[in-house]
Design a protein. Structure first.
Length: 219
């Protein structure tokens, strides 16, 4: 019991610490997560029928909001997008520049920001959101709705600009969604397990459900 209590206190102390950090230190952490996304973007596998590669960076995206909290997870991915657009080669295949954001995968990068903002909001606002099942549900929604939607939209525009013909929705799903579903589910399960394990199950910043239960279970 003492070990469990110490682990619980350590989780609380870390999240309380990051919540109370001064802005320069939060920016430093955000830059670190942006760098992690850049590294995981290089873990890539190209498929012959689509310009969208399989990458590891969505794993960093799903954890960004959890680790950095409300706003700062999204800011970290905004830094990733902004510095990459400015020319730092940390997009997939060590590429950079604004043309990358205008290309077939640019919409997914915008979705990364939305997903991190969404997950950061729920992590900092609701204790109940920090259980494995809640985190998994939130991460799947963030991945398949908030990342895929702008990603598929821009991919469709890019294909039309290149070929001169609009692409059907079925074809678009085959290029930019269906091949990635198994890997994205696996990354969401892993990220949700980590999130459930590291987040405190008690209030550290005035959560709206802090008085409704003594503690939320991990699973």
């Amino acid at each position: 019991m003492q070990i469990a209590a110490r682990i619980d206190q350590a989780r609380y102390d870390v999240f309380r610490w990051r919540y109370e950090l001064a802005i320069p230190k939060k920016l430093a952490l955000a830059l670190g997560i942006a760098g992690l996304a850049g590294l995981l973007a290089q873990v890539r596998f190209f498929l012959p029928w689509t310009p969208v590669p399989l990458t590891g960076q969505t794993f960093a995206v799903l954890l960004a909001g959890v680790l950095l909290g409300r706003w700062w997870g999204g800011i970290s991915l905004g830094i990733y997008a902004g510095i990459g657009a400015a020319g730092l080669p940390w997009f997939t295949n060590w590429s950079g520049g604004v043309t990358h954001l205008a290309g077939p995968t640019g919409g997914y990068i915008i979705g990364f920001i939305l997903a991190a903002l969404f997950l950061g909001h729920f992590t900092d606002t609701y204790i109940k959101a920090r259980s494995f099942r809640s985190m998994l549900a939130l991460m799947l929604f963030a991945n398949f709705v908030l990342i895929y939607s702008p990603g598929l939209f821009q991919l469709g525009l890019w294909v039309k600009a290149v070929t001169g013909e609009p692409v059907s929705f079925t074809t678009l799903l085959g290029m930019g969604a269906i091949p990635f579903i198994p890997g994205d589910i696996a990354k969401a399960v892993a990220a949700a397990a980590i999130a459930a394990g590291v987040t405190p199950k008690r209030a550290y910043n005035g959560e709206v459900d802090k008085g409704k239960q003594a503690a939320w279970r991990l699973f």
